[in-house]
Ligand binder design. Structure first.
Ligand SMILES: Nc1nc2c(ncn2[C@@H]2O[C@H](COP(=O)(O)OP(=O)(O)O)[C@@H](O)[C@H]2O)c(=O)[nH]1
Ligand SMILES: [Mg+2]
Length: 347
């Protein structure tokens, strides 16, 4: 059985509306990968096989090998609360914190380094099989060498690249190979099955991403996923307030703020997302008037009320972060399954 070089799915010539379709079996990439690579034209066929149990079974076959687990930088802010590492309890792991280039330019490297060290230290207490942790350099230089150094030190030859959807697994392998062999895209669910690549003395295994039910991307269509995607350094958006206000992120998030005094809120999200501010009294009206225009047609739900004394950073999985500074009470509303974590670090 021949597999697509880009996404790992089995190639077939019979069903054009299914994964793996190609006209001519001598080709190496399925039609879906070909269109994604050359035209950024995405067709999403149903991939019913692609669930976390399928992926965990796949991991199990490599239990003696090394797992390189790739984590999106925004997930590092809530890493101790995230359950990602539970999937890798039984394996030797090298952690890679990826996409550091999307952080706002005013976060200095030393600050980032200290956040990284702190979070990894906490994680290692629970997961002793973390052998090493590396943060991708913001400008990428020297990263490949660092990873090879770690792999060689551990005397590993067979390496499984794993993590959540869209963390950048396939992109990272392409970097190590110095070629654009694997298909990558801004859409979750690009890689459909394992791909085994022999490279020099190593065997690299690309895998599909673990699905995250707490992440907004799981509930949004491709267009909205594209909009949420942060690919350039985030431009923080700051708002000062001294009365009750509500802030909206295009129907995905609503934060009501009730300050005791002067306070502020900063959003760290995709520069393409619009933030709307409304007096608290008019917020429900705003929702009623706009709900049909929102991407999520169902109104979002109130999740929790939080008292903030000085400042607090929050992570909204799949969207970004916001920070509240000042003595105030806030209400957070999001999709019922999406997690909002209070981060233990400051930026
Ligand atoms: N800004 C930024 N984007 C990245 C980086 N690595 C990967 N991406 C992007 O993240 C998206 C998902 O990458 P992909 O490799 O397909 O993720 P996978 O699902 O984990 O294999 C693509 O749009 C990549 O261009 C990175 O270091 N920085
Ligand atoms: Mg991939």
């Amino acid at each position: 059985m021949k597999k697509c070089k880009g996404c790992g799915t089995i190639l077939q010539t019979e069903f054009p509306e299914k994964n793996g379709y190609i006209k001519d079996i001598s080709q190496e990439y399925c039609q879906r990968c070909f269109r994604l690579i050359h035209y950024d034209d995405v067709v999403h066929f149903k991939a019913d096989h692609l669930n976390n149990n399928f992926i965990l079974d796949l991991f199990h076959r490599y239990e003696k090998d090394l797992f390189v687990v790739i984590i999106d930088i925004l997930d590092i802010f809530c890493l101790p609360q995230d359950d990602i590492m539970e999937y890798f309890m039984d394996y030797d792991v090298v952690l890679i914190i990826n996409k550091t280039d999307i952080l706002p330019e005013n976060i200095r490297d030393e600050k980032l380094e200290s956040i990284f060290t702190k979070q990894i230290k906490k994680l290692r207490k629970t997961y002793p099989r973390i052998k090493a942790a590396i943060m991708t350099n913001r400008f990428e230089n020297a990263f490949n060498e660092k990873l090879y150094e770690v792999i060689n030190e551990l005397k590993e030859r067979k390496i499984v690249f794993a993590g959540r959807t869209n963390a950048g697994k396939s992109t990272l392998i392409n970097k190590l190979l110095h070629e654009g062999r694997l298909t990558t895209s801004i859409y979750p669910g690009t890689t459909l099955d394992e791909t085994v690549i022999e490279h020099d003395v190593y065997t690299f295994i690309d895998t599909p991403g673990l699905l995250d039910g707490e992440n907004y991307t799981t509930y949004l269509d491709l267009k909205m996923n594209k909009k949420l995607k942060i690919s350039k350094p985030i431009r923080p958006q700051i708002f000062q307030f001294n009365s009750r206000q509500s802030y909206f992120l295009e129907g995905l998030l609503r934060v009501d703020v009730d300050p005791k005094d002067q306070a502020s809120i900063i959003f760290y999200v995709s520069n393409d997302l619009k933030i709307h501010r409304s007096p608290y009294e008019k917020a429900d009206q705003y929702v009623r008037n706009n709900v049909n225009g929102f991407e999520l047609k169902a109104p979002i739900e109130k999740k929790e009320t939080i008292e903030i004394k000085k400042k607090q950073l929050f992570v909204i999985k799949g969207v970004g972060m916001f920070k509240v500074t000042g003595n105030c009470r806030i209400n957070v509303h999001v999709h019922r399954n999406v997690a909002v974590y209070g981060s233990e670090v400051e930026i």
